[in-house]
Ligand binder design. Structure first.
Ligand code: NAD
Ligand code: DAU
Length: 355
């Protein structure tokens, strides 16, 4: 029997690296091919512990290049695709929406076309193939003080990022409905954990607290996010890829809502303890700054379909996961130093200097 080949796109990013690690270790009988452009967010350091494994392979490439994508699929004849490659940061989407359209929409359609060409030629060897599109809860828009997003919630994206992800979700559904391309989608809440790029709230705050720099909190810090440990997301992706039903959507969430300001206060307490500072010291760095344009108030996920149908549930309490995350950043100082040198400084100045 030839080895099953699974393509994971965006495998050098934050969530992708956890998914690649899980698949490479758990499925030695499968070949895991990681396709990534290595943008500012992609980092092969995230995969050092598994890069020498015989069932792992890295391919550098851009999903917006249709010719390259088609050739890769034709040559390698993947049995399944887990698509995570994306531009993922809301603030960057506000400054440069077109890049988000290119990677998140055009890139996704290129992959769908290549999968369609390969799998729908009546080639029975590929009958069990599937295209798994990893998406976000931001496609559902913003909640008020109550309620949860379910799989039936209407799409109502507000940022250029969420508009591009919503569009890509619609294309995946369109390919399922129109061409019968076997496809499944998941929409997940905010992830946190190791290898998270410090443009996002939690790693940015850890980095700033460590360096005694102000912690920028948008608006009044009243916005609410539902946080999920990244390794729990990777486990959910594994379960959905193997057992989810084609044509279905699965919501993934931590059942763990935090107002930004409360989360930052908790993080400050943990950092004080870990850095041997007096309690209350890090919280002095909190700095309320100009709000994000179009800032969604609240996201909250109902993941009961995934829990009941496929038996997944989050494994960690947030306090425990956040403590583990802080420990990881303090232990992996050189990772943090490497990703915050060079272009990051320019990005940071552009976003925060005059905010
Ligand atoms: P990330 O920004 O950390 O990583 C994205 C990866 O995609 C990087 O390795 C980057 O190099 C690669 N990439 C970008 N453009 C590419 C292109 N044109 N061709 C090939 N590779 C390219 O993102 P993340 O936070 O790990 O998110 C991964 C996926 O999960 C995204 O689709 C995102 O929308 C989704 N998601 C993220 C979260 C979250 O909290 N971070 C939550 C729900 C869903
Ligand atoms: O909900 C899932 C989404 O979560 C993913 O689809 C996105 O890829 C991911 O980036 C994340 O989006 P958010 O915009 O929620 O994450 P971010 O870490 O940028 O912001 C979290 C909250 O913190 C949000 O309310 C904005 C606020 N914030 C963020 C930054 C970077 C601040 O107050 N200050 C900051 O400096």
């Amino acid at each position: 029997m030839p080895m099953k080949k699974i393509l994971i796109t965006g495998g050098a990013g934050f969530i992708g690296s956890h998914v690649v690690r899980l698949f490479v270790n758990k499925y030695p009988e499968c070949r895991i091919i990681n396709l990534d452009k290595l943008t500012y967010a992609g980092n092969l350091e995230n995969l050092r512990d598994i890069e020498a494994k015989p069932n792992y392979e890295f391919v550098k490439g851009d999903i917006t290049d249709a010719g390259f994508v088609n050739e890769l699929f034709e040559q390698r004849r993947f049995d399944g695709v887990i698509h995570l490659a994306a531009e993922s940061h809301v603030d960057r989407s506000i400054s440069n929406p077109l890049e988000f359209v290119m990677t998140n929409v055009v890139g996704t359609v290129n992959l769908l076309n290549a999968a369609r060409q390969l799998w729908l030629k009546g080639d029975s060897a590929f009958s069990a193939s599937r295209f798994y599109h990893v998406s976000t809860d931001e496609v559902y828009g913003s909640l008020g003080d109550t309620g949860l997003f379910t799989e039936e919630t209407n799409y109502d994206p507000h940022s250029p990022y969420s508009a591009s992800k919503a569009s890509s979700d619609h294309f995946v559904r369109a390919y399922y409905d129109t061409y019968k391309l076997p496809a499944v989608i998941s929409n997940c809440s905010n992830n946190y954990g190791s290898f998270h790029f410090p443009e996002k709230l939690i790693p940015l705050a850890i980095h700033n607290i460590k360096n005694n720099k102000p912690i920028p909190v948008y608006g009044k810090g009243e916005n609410v996010r539902d946080w999920l440990f990244v390794e729990d997301h990777a486990r959910a992706i594994d379960v959905i890829f193997h057992k989810g039903r084609n044509g279905e959507t699965y919501n993934i969430g931590g059942n763990n809502e935090w107002k930004n300001i409360d989360l930052i206060r908790l993080l400050c307490e943990i950092m004080d303890r870990k850095l041997g500072r007096a309690q209350g010291e890090s919280a002095k760095l909190i700095n309320f700054v100009l709000d994000r344009a179009g800032h969604d108030l609240r996201y909250a996920i109902d993941s009961s379909k995934l829990q009941q149908e496929l038996g997944w549930k989050p494994s960690l309490r947030f306090e425990e996961g956040l403590e583990k995350t802080v420990e990881w950043y303090l232990t992996n100082e050189s990772w943090l130093n490497n990703v915050t040198s060079g272009d990051y400084k320019k990005y940071y100045e552009g976003q925060y200097e005059r905010r």
